[in-house]
Design a binder for this molecule. Structure first.
Ligand SMILES: [Mg+2]
Length: 235
């Protein structure tokens, strides 16, 4: 094995965040809609909520809205569609419920456990570099039993470190000892481009199978852990 260190992004790289997000929102929406005596099904409500998550994302990503404003507006827009009246505070309570439950709905991608076992057997140092709140990311790590393969000292969470991707400093910080480093992530802008700049080899894990026309041809791209395993074993 050429690489001494293999680091992973967490959301949509080690586990299917889209799936966990849907399951958790359905769970929270079911409770909220029952409490509101609303006749809409959680599935229908989710589709509209998801539509606003995607539509409003650019306002948050570009910094025009705070995270809280984004969370309030997507929740309120979905409820307005179904004539459900809710206060802004209820959006934040809904968000808290989501965060408290999402870890329980997370599952590793098929094939992840097998690859992590194989890499551990080869004494590759495994790490995680993720953005997010320390509490939420730690609870996912615990529920997914990732501590089986990842030592605490090799887990870098943006809130805990105080630096967030795509800031190169987070990658430099994680790359503290000599060795050959590989980083695997599902976002070109947040994971792949900054990791390359910080001196990592990279594999783009296109887990959501989005069109990837803009991807640099030199960046290996995979869509499953089976493919990822094949690429890694070539080295
Ligand atoms: Mg990700």
């Amino acid at each position: 094995m050429y690489w001494t260190h293999i680091y992973f992004d967490l959301d949509n790289t080690l586990y299917d965040h889209e799936k966990a997000f849907r399951k958790t929102i359905l769970h929270c929406a079911d409770e909220m809609l029952t409490r509101k005596n609303a006749s809409v099904s959680p599935d229908k409500w989710f589709d509209v909520f998801k539509h606003y998550c995607d539509e409003y994302w650019e306002y948050y990503e570009s910094g025009q809205w705070t995270r809280e404003t984004y969370q309030i507006n997507r929740f309120q827009a979905a409820n307005k569609t179904f004539d459900i009246s809710t206060f802004n505070e209820e959006a934040l309570i809904f968000q808290d419920q989501y965060e408290a439950n999402v870890a329980a709905f997370a599952e590793l991608f098929p094939g992840a456990e097998r690859l992590l076992n194989e890499l551990s057997d080869q004494h590759v140092r495994l790490g995680i570099i993720t953005n997010g709140s320390n509490e939420v990311q730690r609870s996912k790590i615990k529920e997914l039993r990732l501590d089986t393969w990842f030592k605490d000292e090799n887990i870098y969470i943006s809130e805990q470190v105080g630096i967030a991707k795509p800031d190169l400093q987070l990658f430099y910080y994680a790359k503290e000892t000599k060795g050959n480093y590989l980083y695997i992530g599902d976002s070109m802008s947040q994971d792949i481009n900054p990791a390359i700049e910080a001196g990592f080899d990279v594999i783009y894990f296109n887990s959501r199978q989005t069109a990837s026309k803009s991807i640099d041809k030199a960046v290996p791209e995979v869509i499953s852990f089976q493919e990822l395993s094949t690429v890694i074993k070539k080295y």
